[in-house]
Ligand binder design. Structure first.
Ligand SMILES: NC(=O)c1ccc[n+]([C@@H]2O[C@H](COP(=O)([O-])OP(=O)(O)OC[C@H]3O[C@@H](n4cnc5c(N)ncnc54)[C@H](OP(=O)(O)O)[C@@H]3O)[C@@H](O)[C@H]2O)c1
Length: 224
């Protein structure tokens, strides 16, 4: 399968590695500084480099993994994504004027990042996935979990055949996927990620590398 990744950050790099290893063709792209992408391409020469617009055009599947406050700017640089699958990994983390990150509760009460993406790309088949899986878990799953007992990836989307394909891509990255229903269920999955962060902060002492067990607790998976 051809997969385009917009923007390729922590999550995009980890999934690109997994999908390249599974034999997919992957185009990686990001706006802004290119240094992290340069290093990624050097270590993963089968990855193809493109602009965000080129990656969206290249992929049968387009992974949207954009820092949420950047969505308008990035999606404005991408043409129509008609008929294709968009996987949305985003969480609605906003940034305050003093650079503190916070979940935008008012936004979360009425929408989700996935529904916003669907509005921007009305003829794409948007599927929520991977937003509750922290990048350190994607990078080193066996540090945290026994083989075969990784926490699930939760899916939401209105197009059943798109969810079947995203389920396969989750399996290619080592995960099982559980279907939470229509795209509006993305709201609930984004709320679950708020719980994950609360668990990481309180049950696991706020250590950022302890977020993986917090996910496991939220998803009911056994940890080592
Ligand atoms: N990290 C996680 O564990 C995790 C887990 C699940 C879902 N998510 C969600 O998935 C999406 C991508 O996450 P990620 O961790 O992969 O993102 P990231 O690496 O922090 O950033 C993704 C892209 O946005 C750019 N970016 C980051 N901060 C920015 C800023 N302040 N201003 C402008 N551009 C910025 C990055 O560029 P640079 O690389 O040049 O900074 C990169 O191209 C987000 O919506 C996030 O909420 C993250």
């Amino acid at each position: 399968m051809r997969i385009g990744i917009v923007n390729t950050g922590n999550i995009g790099r980890a999934l690109a590695r997994a999908w390249l290893a599974a034999g997919h063709e992957v185009m990686v792209a990001k706006d802004g500084g290119q240094q992290k992408l340069d290093a990624f391409i050097e270590q993963n020469p089968r990855a193809i480099r493109g602009t965000p617009g080129e990656a969206a055009e290249f992929g049968d599947v387009v992974l949207f993994s954009v820092y949420w406050p950047r969505l308008d700017a990035v999606s404005g640089a991408v043409g129509p994504i008609d008929g294709k699958i968009i996987i949305d990994t985003m969480n609605p983390l906003q940034v305050s004027s003093d650079f503190e990150h916070f979940y935008d509760a008012a936004f979360m009460a009425r929408s989700s990042t996935s529904e916003e993406l669907q509005r921007r790309f009305p003829r794409a088949r948007v599927v929520k996935a991977f937003n509750t899986i922290p990048s350190n878990l994607l990078d080193e799953p066996l540090r945290w979990f026994a083989p075969g007992s990784l926490p699930a990836v939760f899916l939401a989307g209105d197009d059943t055949s798109a969810k079947v394909q995203v389920r396969t891509l989750a399996q290619d990255a080592g995960f099982t996927a559980l279907d939470a229903g229509p795209l509006t269920s993305a709201r609930n999955i984004e709320q679950l990620n708020v719980l994950v962060h609360l668990l990481a902060d309180n049950q696991f002492e706020g250590a950022s590398d302890r977020i993986a067990p917090a996910v496991a607790v939220a998803a009911g998976a056994p940890i080592r």
